[in-house]
Write a protein that binds this ligand. Sequence first.
Ligand code: NAD
Ligand code: IPM
Ligand code: MN
Length: 353
Amino acid sequence: MARIAVIPGDGIGVDVTQEALKVLEVVRSAGVDLTFDEFDYGAEKYLATGITLPDEEIENFRDNYQAIFLGAVGDPRVPDMKHAADILLGLRFKLDLYVNYRPIRLLDENLCPLKDKTCEDVNFVVFRENTEEMYAGVGGHLKKGTHDEVAIQTAVNTWKGVDRIIRHAFEYATKHDLTKVTMSDKSNAMRFQGDLWDRVFEEVAAEYPDIESNILYIDALVMQMVKRPQQFEVIVTSNMFGDICTDLGAQLQGGLGLAGSGNLHPGRTSLFEPVHGSAPKYAGKDIANPLAAILTAGIMLGELGYPEWENKIETAVREAYREGNVTRDMGGRLGTAGTGDTICQKLEKMISE
Ligand code: NAD
Ligand code: IPM
Ligand code: MN
């Protein structure tokens, strides 16, 4: 049995979560033992009560749920992102979800903005370190609000943090019969951080002699992701670089409307969310593409031990796209709910066959 805590969040997070839940309901009715509890954390609650995400709730998630499904957080009425930081980064940090798993998988070659690229060419995963570096919240202001202001945002990198994400990348490659792991840093300019990443990478890579390993500076990595994406199988990088290169990766697979992710601590409660944000201008208009959220539900099912459902969901998405039964950002003719319904119908058909 898997208990799933659902936080629709803000903006289109609410719209797309509704569709992902419809799909998960089909999976549940086919006999997969899932239960869902919805939580209303987000901008509305924060503005009304000052509550973002209490520590006791995070403990509840950790102790009583196998997974958390999050739509998106971010609202123009909260310009300092206070609630979003507490909810999203709070979950990542307090549950120690050190692996941000972002697969970049092209489901149909017509979705790729690059010329002459096939689904085999764009098929790799990015492991983004998810608990350290510039996101660690270490820093501060001096003389804030004056022209002498100093702002410091410290990149925290620990041997343990770097080692465990790199090791995860090699373990993933081993488990999936992949042959190559690429690490990306910026050791030519950021000497302290880059030097640590380089040394740990070389040390861990030596334990996996059958897997080819290489290092690319982050600027070269993003250039190569566009130029020759077929060279990548597994990419591992730090938090900020991983954030940036996975938005680029999302475009390679057809846009943010198709990119799913998992924030994982193997063996513990993990968090699943589409890579996109709350896109406030599209909220509540039946426009947002729900497929990133639906594919994220698939990633979640894969991690919970039901990889066959992840495959079925991908197949349904591929078919829906080929028929034009998807949202307008993908050249389709449907709205958010219609697209969700299409995926549900396809899954129901697969179940009855
Ligand atoms: P965004 O991902 O919300 O939207 C950027 C653009 O991408 C949109 O204007 C839209 O054109 C397109 N897009 C994104 N998702 C789409 C979808 N499902 N269907 C169709 N088009 C889609 O990024 P942003 O505008 O930079 O951020 C908006 C808010 O979301 C901010 O508050 C930001 O901090 C937050 N955010 C939250 C998360 C998260 O919760 N995980 C992630 C990224 C951004
Ligand atoms: C993401 C988002 C977040 C991040 C923001 C909303 C803090 O961009 O999940 O990619 O930078 O990690
Ligand atoms: Mn991002």
